[in-house]
Design a protein around this ligand. Structure first.
Ligand SMILES: [Zn+2]
Length: 323
């Protein structure tokens, strides 16, 4: 996952989308699911780089898995609106991706990514070469001192450097952690070096935005509602995805929370999860992510999780409504 920092104003516009306006009543029925194929176009995401890697790009893997996921979700839930953020290799900044989800009034936002990690460099000797070196000596003293370079031949090893593959593998699911609302807001403010004055300058003609103060009690309250409304649901779906992955032969690395670095999850006005489907620099994972079988299995696991989420969501609503 190679994530992006927003330009200040775009981040703020996103936050504005989330926090401003009226919060709709909690979704009683799942109607629209937005599937985001991470990265795209000039944004390659992570790239397979270890020796003998398939040299696959995260953007291609995420697109292939997302297309399969969209197809499977449409088959399993024909009455639902399943919207991909992209179906081809195009660049979208995270703001565009979030806008697609928000404008379509998504009830779920599922981001497909592939993981990576730092690679160690290995070295091996491939042969030797003969080089000319010089032995330097000095003759005489003072002003008469003379430098004498005497050439001689030496044999030195020739090395080849290569990237070792990653040993880590498996699928992890991420949600944006917002349980400490004031911390979250502080993180947002600090990240962008933001203060209220900048808001007003950069928010243009939008008067509602101009007057919005994240530090106000009201601002905190809105953020808390946001966190309450979506975090629990995001966590529930993330757990269901992890459970489905556990049923396969691959490692399920659990549900993880981040407070920074996944703006797109927070920028969407709906429960949102990000799935790191596998490590592109792990040979088994890279092969899996590029195979029809692997892509199908991942798409199936996610679809099963969404079906369970839907059933649970709608049965909870049913119980609530009957009182
Ligand atoms: Zn990514």
């Amino acid at each position: 996952m190679k994530h992006h920092s927003f330009r200040r104003w775009s981040l703020l516009s996103l936050l504005f989308c989330c926090f401003s306006g009226t919060f709709a009543q909690p979704v009683k029925k799942l109607r629209t699911i937005v599937v985001d194929a991470g990265h795209g176009g000039t944004d390659f995401g992570a790239v397979g780089q270890y020796e003998h890697s398939l040299r696959s790009n995260e953007k291609d893997v995420t697109l292939a898995i997302s297309l399969k996921l969209v197809t499977k979700l449409k088959q399993a839930l024909p009455e639902l609106n399943i919207i991909p953020t992209r179906t081809t290799d195009i660049y979208q900044d995270p703001r565009q991706k979030a806008n697609i989800a928000n404008e379509n009034k998504g009830d779920l936002f599922i981001c497909i990514h592939a993981d990576s990690g730092p690679l160690q460099t290995g070295r091996r000797q491939t042969g030797t070469r003969t080089v000319t070196r010089y032995k330097v000596t000095y003759k005489g003293k003072g002003r008469k001192k003379k430098k004498i370079s005497k050439p001689y031949e030496a044999v030195e090893p020739v090395y080849e450097y290569y990237k070792l593959p990653l040993t880590r593998s498996g699928t992890s699911v991420w949600i944006f952690a917002a349980h400490k609302t004031s911390d979250k807001l502080k993180a947002i403010m600090n990240e962008s070096g933001q203060n209220e004055t900048d808001f007003e300058i950069e928010s243009g003609s939008d008067s509602a935005f101009n007057s919005f103060d994240f530090n106000s009690p009201e601002g905190r309250a809105i953020a808390q509602v946001y966190a309450k409304r979506y975090q629990e649901k995001s966590d529930r779906l993330a757990t269901m995805v992890n459970d489905e992955i556990e049923k396969t032969n691959r490692a399920a690395l659990g549900v993880n929370q981040r407070q920074k670095g996944i703006w797109v999850l927070q920028a969407t006005n709906m429960p949102a999860i990000l799935i790191e489907t596998g490590f592109i620099n792990n040979p088994q994972d890279e092969a899996y992510l590029n195979s029809e079988e692997g892509q199908d299995e991942l798409a199936n696991s996610i679809t099963q999780a969404v079906l369970k989420y839907k059933t649970q969501l709608e049965s909870i609503n049913h119980t609530t409504n009957s009182h």
